[in-house]
Write a protein that binds this ligand. Sequence first.
Ligand SMILES: [Zn+2]
Length: 502
Amino acid sequence: MSVPPVHSRVLFGMTAHPITIECHVGSGLPSTTIVGLPEASVRESRDRVQSAFKNCGFDYPDGRVVINLAPGHLAKSTSSLDLPIAISLLAATQQIRTTTLNQYEFLGELGLYGSLGSVIGVLSCALAASQDNRCLVIPTANTIEAGLAPPQTIAVAATLNEVASLLNGQVCVTPPSCPEPEQIHPTATTFDKVLGQHSAKRALTIAAAGGHHILMVGPPGTGKTMLARGFVDLLPALTQRQALEVGAIYSAAGRARKQHRRPPFRDPHHSASAPALIGGGHPPAPGEAVLAHNGVLFLDELPHFKPSALDFLREPIETGEAVITRAKYTVRYPCSFQLVAAMNPCPAGRVCRQDACRCSPAQVRRYQSRISGPMLDRIDIQTQVPALPRQVLISLTDSQDTPAVQLRSKVVAARQRQIERQQTINAKLSGTELKPHMEAANIDQGLLNQAVEQYQLSARSYQKLWRVARTIADLEGLDRVTTPHLTEALSYRSLEWERGVS
Ligand SMILES: [Zn+2]
């Protein structure tokens, strides 16, 4: 009698490869062999399945058991194959009905007492399974991330017994409760907790509105980190499609996100290596920059990051994709983040007062030159977050500040204008797409020529200038860029400290 194969998935990068599992029980001395390139964690599943069978009241076959994982050329190194292996054994020994087996796929790690433990990559696997018109059975522990998958494509179960009853037609498996797409209305954000710093807040609002990369320069304790954390609250909520992309990445990394629509925020430590930033390992796992996809990557103390690690960020910044190539594999992750960086103006940091830096020009130059020219060239907006004099600090009250909620509605409106006009945000406008805006602009050409001369703007910087000016005009709801917009955009490219960088 032939038994239908059991379907499952193995995640590699962001791709959920289909796997089929067959089981044959022959006569001979009791033994269990798993074939089809199982790695250590899959070979261990033999012992977990045996114990789970005993403790769930199933009979483990007495004869010679062969379990085949197809296709044989794909290495399998995940404990999520425990459940499908167990199901194929139950099917081969006629302990469950197999009539509906073909309608399901299974993922889950078995505990010794038959409980199902959480696994990685559930969302990608669920989407792939639904394309093949199958329902994916997953552990209850993965319910939150599964909420993003289309309804009716997922069933959750807590134990092996529950899965067996599902297949036997006694439905006691609950579908996951799909969380409503939550609305993000930040009330009191960390952004509002920073008093004053109006110019930095203005620069961050522009960065949020146009999707521009931004660098904040200022001494320690002036609120750079709090502003960066609050920056996420200025951004519009993710669309369904963006939320799904982010959800699939987090699912592949084995992390659950509670607020699917909130743009992710990642702040890796400056000691992070290139694999930690981009991704790597075996099996490959996404790094911090990939986890920041559709959200914010905050690099505090930018000059302290390893130049080699920062260099790896240049490609994702250009292409929106992280490609990880190792001897055994190449994987691609979506990696389109907004960079928010912060740094001190000089290496001594807290010791130096802003108006009285005791570092030598050579020390300052060496410190600043740790950020490579090409990296700096990719940052659209540079702003200062100065230490405020005591008398100014005392007179500050939060009533003088525009609340983040108000800034956010401006940002959302400006983004709306951009999407309606050009189907993309200003930061992603190409040179040809920028051209009509340059031609339509109502500006003082003499002033522009003078600025290009004075700041020695490269072609790339010149385009960035226009993109930022376009965003400032969008924040005001204007169709044409005018001289004040361009002047303000110029002010974000002309920090004093930058002259030290060659
Ligand atoms: Zn100094």
